[in-house]
Design a protein around this ligand. Structure first.
Ligand SMILES: [Zn+2]
Length: 126
């Protein structure tokens, strides 16, 4: 079983304190989880990523958080695997709230906003 192997390797590496290998195997496991639309594997990988993030610093910590975000963004609010998403969407922190710049005062405001909260500039209806 491909998926058991990747996930097990990640869990074993985590148990052995080998955080980098745990993340490397974790990325493989989540990839397989996505292909097989297996939310259990993705959730298990998320747990590994969170444990590595809690136990590490620096670059490894950053990588672990990236994997955790990726895993979270692979699942919808009911825990089902989201299929139609780009890698960029999966890696983004704010999935929906995109920003744009006010043409008048150049502050960043919500893309849906019709009134700039900084200078009061009004956008034409979007
Ligand atoms: Zn403005």
């Amino acid at each position: 079983m491909e998926r058991a192997t990747d996930l097990q390797r990640a869990q074993e590496a985590l148990a052995a304190g080998q955080h980098k290998s745990a993340l490397r195997e974790g990325w493989r496991a989540v990839g397989v989880g996505l292909r097989q639309r297996d939310s259990a594997t993705i959730n298990a990988t998320l747990e590994i990523a969170l444990m590595v993030a809690a136990a590490s610093e620096g670059k490894v910590h950053g990588d672990a958080e990236m994997l955790a975000i990726y895993c979270r963004n692979c699942l919808d609010s009911t825990g089902r695997v989201i299929e139609s998403q780009s890698i960029l969407d999966r890696l983004s922190f704010r999935r929906k709230s995109s920003r744009r710049q006010c043409p008048d005062c150049a502050e960043e405001i919500a893309a849906e906003a019709r009134l700039c909260r900084f200078c009061g500039y009004r956008f034409d209806s979007v």
